[in-house]
Design a protein around this ligand. Structure first.
Ligand SMILES: C[S@@+](CC[C@H](N)C(=O)[O-])C[C@H]1O[C@@H](n2cnc3c(N)ncnc32)[C@H](O)[C@@H]1O
Length: 435
């Protein structure tokens, strides 16, 4: 019931193979085994990928030693030709975040000396942009105060590991219908690194968007990327959504994706958001399904049983287990699907969350009743929901949570892509009638 389809198993195996090839290539480049220009130039792609995945690939003791020696040689200006120094710096960048090493400024100096555009572009990603984000952090507007213990821990997690570190905009299925002629107030609560913000801002160029998050690292990334896209209808704030009323505004639409499950009391957060939603307004809430998270829970159980901690050494150990036991423990390997397996931040988010509350459809029903919101259907982002929609062509049935519950019990992985709940706040008259 919980097994991967043959295509999914195949995809995972291919990804493992690619990683094996790339780690070997990286090691050979470090040991100077390849001399062809083509292979040597691969170092820039590898450096970019390793920075993005936060150096999650295995590293041997001899590699660690060699990288340290390279850093010392670069510091001591041992490389006479700029091209040689640049290659050495790019090699270090395949193993370490340059911005956190003592050779960051030297690396930038070489960008001036060596006529190498690929190298210069790499440094923009590895050093210039992160430095820009540090400056942006100093100017982020705030609201309320962050005092809740869980919120402070979450803030620390995302400040240390902002994610996703996305590069190019990809279209997300719309949580909101495209409305480029409408002017509404939209709130994105827990906006993370801004991918969702940019998508919604592009779809609603005349609307005003307020995007809030606890983490200044995530916000700085989001602000830099938003500027890069030429978007100017977003106001970013650092603060706790539990205190959203401190902003003194109300909204026509609220989006809260992958956030409420991190709260000690998700219902309290949901209520705080419902309170600032205009009557007649809409909200999209994404929450984890207890049934669909089964494979992730297995992974966490493994971590618990093996006393693994949230550090690069243990995360690599865990990944090794996933690779080697692939044929035996298919459900566990589900974790490897999607992006989750390929960067430290995502592994941290999936396997070592500060808190992750998982839900059932019955709990969603209760929460909606408590917040006074009306269920307006699940947003069918996942093809696993197609059968339900085919079986229930009428809107009335699609808004029946008991029918959805029956379907989910029979198809436990249906909501692997989270419950994407569309809900509405009754318009003023309806609310009054109900009261
Ligand atoms: C898994 S990320 C999701 C980000 C974004 N919504 C997305 O879908 O890409 C969760 C984000 O919610 C933020 N967050 C968690 N609890 C929050 C709270 N109480 N108030 C504001 N932001 C919060 C975290 O800092 C983090 O950036």
């Amino acid at each position: 019931m919980m097994e991967l389809s043959p295509t999914e198993v195949f995809d995972v195996k291919v990804l493992f193979k690619q990683e094996e090839y790339k780690t070997k290539l990286r090691k050979n480049l470090l040991n100077n085994t390849f001399f062809s220009r083509f292979k040597k130039n691969k170092v820039y792609d590898l450096a970019e990928e390793c920075f993005t995945n936060e150096f999650i690939w295995d590293e041997t003791a001899s590699e660690t030693e060699r990288v340290q020696k390279l850093i010392e040689d670069i510091q001591a200006d041992k490389f006479k030709a700029p091209a040689e120094a640049v290659h050495a710096i790019a090699l270090v960048a395949c193993y370490r975040p340059l911005i956190q090493t003592d050779i960051a400024d030297k690396a930038l100096e070489y960008a001036e000396k060596a006529d190498n555009q690929t190298y210069s572009k790499l440094l923009t990603y590895l050093i210039r942009e992160p430095r820009q984000e540090e400056e942006i952090k100093q100017e982020i507007q705030t609201f309320g105060s962050i005092t809740n213990k869980t919120s402070l821990e979450i803030k620390q997690q995302y400040d240390e590991n902002p994610y996703p570190r996305w590069r190019n905009i990809k279209y997300l299925a719309d949580t909101l219908e495209k409305q480029d002629d409408v002017k509404i107030e939209i709130l994105i609560a827990g906006c993370g690194t801004g991918l969702e913000v940019i998508n919604i801002a592009k779809e609603h160029p005349h609307s005003r968007i307020t995007a809030v998050d606890l983490s200044t690292s995530c916000l700085a990334y989001a602000i830099r990327k938003t500027k890069e896209q030429g978007i100017d209808n977003v106001d970013f704030y650092c603060g706790d959504l539990l205190e959203i009323k401190e902003l003194g505004k109300t909204y026509d639409y609220i989006v809260v994706t992958g956030v409420l499950q991190q709260l000690e009391n998700p219902l309290q957060g949901w209520r705080a958001l419902a309170d600032v939603l205009e009557p007649g307004g809409g909200m999209t809430v994404s929450l984890y399904s207890e049934l669909a998270r089964y494979p992730v829970n297995l992974g966490r159980q493994y971590i618990h049983d093996n006393h693994l901690e949230c550090n690069i050494k243990d995360v690599r150990k865990f990944r090794h287990h996933l690779k080697t036991d692939l044929p035996k423990e298919k459900p566990l390997v589900r974790l490897a699907l999607g992006r989750g397996f390929y960067s430290f931040s995502e592994m941290r988010d999936i396997l070592f969350p500060v808190l992750e509350q998982q839900f059932t459809i019955h709990q969603i029903k209760e929460a909606l009743e408590e917040t006074g919101l009306i269920f307006n259907g699940f947003i069918p982002k996942d093809k696993r929901l197609d059968d339900f929609l085919a079986q229930h062509p009428y809107e009335e049935d699609r808004r029946n949570l008991d029918l959805w519950h029956e379907y989910e019990v029979a198809n436990p992985l249906s909501f692997t892509g989270m419950y994407q709940i569309a809900c509405l706040k009754p318009a003023a008259e309806e609310g009054e009638k109900a009261a």
